[in-house]
Design a protein around this ligand. Structure first.
Ligand code: F0G
Length: 469
């Protein structure tokens, strides 16, 4: 298989450069566009009979052989095979030596069914690909193993990122594994404690800047031009190569069936772009017969892509972002053009959801025994809207991408269940039906004296309360 090389192509002016010619900010010098990694198959047309062994491009990886190989590697004891990213390495030949990749055995995340959430949203078949079940608790690990391996094999000593929390946790962990030194820039007071603690635990130099995420990106952009630091934000196209692999894993877990619709949270907008690339490449190689739609959901207070989507002139205007879903508190998303192309080419939508809708959806996902962080819950909240708008029908198979683990932001969960998350003014905006829904889901801890009669009485009163449907 001729899969040993790759190039970088500007996603705006289409200029192609070699991997050694990319600048430290990963921007095209001509047009400031972002790059994507391109391979021999990147411009292949899907086979006329999808999945047919006689793919017209005979030099390209063979779909049946890939399926067999990927399955076979599951029983291997080699770390590169145990990684749910590098198991698919034939479609991400971005490093010189696969045996030296930096891995924490990322990927291999579960695909859960969410029957009650599906029913509540009005569809028959709902699954969640839980990327929060990665080693550092978020989908960022799949991208970080890829880009950090590139950094290590190119001899960098320092790596850095600006982050709303999860990228910094993942980068710090993978840098530590590789013996590299890492610097994280995070907005002061605007990231969840769990994530901040991870960056410190994994030994990163943590710099809290008195600005927001977008301000952190700007400062880091200035720094990488002056110091030999390898930039690990998602403008680095190698991150997306790792983040495309959950698309492969998902359809493999579904016996190579393709869901009709994927719903993804949108922040800096790289993940939706990466998943779109993964599905498109599988389609080009005949691994899947058709493409799913990909829809992106944003928080109302951090909704630049949603504004672009509903604007008849399609102009992107950055916003000053604010949402309690701090992971997606981003007003000027770097990868918006890539995500917009995925929505348009695959035929999805963009929606926005309110703070209350996010909190309700998060509690509903938690009540199915799955749980996720607030930014991930926008997917279920958005799904409800897309079903109500008729964009998704009840028979369609939908997969939500849950991006972060529930323990990432336990303060949010505790505040929600104690009914301390929202202000009185916000609570007053709820309909009576929604108030009842929240009340049924809320499970605040009960403090009692250590007296068995008292405990029994409390239990009796709770046993008589109905369970949420
Ligand atoms: N969900 C979670 C849990 C995230 O941490 C992020 C982004 C997203 C969704 C949005 O993904 O940016 O690719 O659209 N977190 C970044 C960070 C920005 O710094 O951890 P996106």
């Amino acid at each position: 298989m001729n899969v040993a090389t790759h190039n970088l192509r500007c996603t705006e002016c289409a200029a192609v450069i070699t991997k050694d010619d990319v600048s430290s900010n990963f921007r095209c010098p001509q047009c400031n566009g972002l790059y994507e990694v391109v391979y021999a198959w990147s411009d292949a047309k899907p086979a006329a009979t999808p999945g047919a062994p006689e793919h017209p491009h005979s030099l390209l990886p063979n779909a049946s052989a890939l399926r067999w190989l990927w399955q076979e590697r599951r029983s291997s004891s080699m770390s590169v095979d145990q990684s749910g990213v590098w198991r698919f390495r034939d479609l991400l030949p971005i490093v010189d030596d696969f045996e030296k990749v930096v891995t924490l055995r990322e990927g291999n995340t579960p695909l859960y069914d969410l029957p009650r959430c599906g029913k509540g949203a009005g569809i028959n078949w709902l699954l969640a690909k839980h990327q929060g079940m990665n080693p550092t608790g978020s989908f960022k690990d799949t991208g970080m193993t890829a880009a950090l391996s590139v950094a290590a094999q190119r001899g960098f000593e320092w790596v850095a990122c600006a982050s709303t929390g999860n990228t910094s946790a993942a980068m710090a962990a993978y840098a530590a594994r590789a013996g590299l030194r890492s610097i994280v820039f995070i907005p002061e007071g605007k990231i969840a404690w769990g994530k901040l603690s991870q960056a410190m635990d994994y030994g990163a130099l943590t710099i809290q800047l008195k600005t927001d995420f977008d301000g952190c990106v700007k400062i880091l952009g200035d720094l990488v031009k002056q110091f030999p630091i390898y930039l690990l934000n998602s403008v680095n196209p190698y991150r997306l190569e790792g983040q495309k692999t959950p698309a492969f894993e998902m359809v493999e877990q579904m016996d190579w069936q393709v869901p009709e619709h994927i719903v993804v949270p949108g922040g800096n907008l790289a993940n939706s772009a990466a998943l779109g690339k993964g599905f498109t490449e599988m389609h080009q190689l005949g691994l899947i017969p058709r493409l799913p739609k990909i829809s992106v959901i944003q928080a109302e207070g951090a909704n630049p892509l949603y504004r672009w989507f509903i604007d008849s002139n399609r102009v992107m205007k950055p916003v000053t972002a604010d949402t309690r879903a701090t992971a997606i508190r981003i007003g000027n998303p770097a990868s918006w053009r890539k995500a917009a192309a995925v929505i348009d080419e695959l035929g999805g939508w963009c929606e926005q959801v309110s703070e209350q809708e996010i909190a309700l959806a998060k509690a509903e996902i938690g009540a199915e025994g799955v749980g996720c962080e607030p930014a991930s819950a926008v997917t279920l909240a958005g799904l409800k809207k897309l079903v109500a708008l008729g964009k998704i029908t009840s028979e369609e198979r939908v997969v939500l991408i849950l991006t972060g683990h529930t323990l990432k932001d336990s303060q949010y969960t505790i505040d929600y269940h104690r009914n301390e998350l929202f202000t009185d003014a916000e609570k007053a905006q709820l309909t009576t039906a929604d108030q009842a829904r929240h009340a049924a889901l809320r499970k605040p801890p009960i403090v009692l004296d250590a007296d068995s009669t008292l405990v029994l009485r409390a239990l009796e009163s709770h046993m008589n309360q109905p369970q949420p449907a």
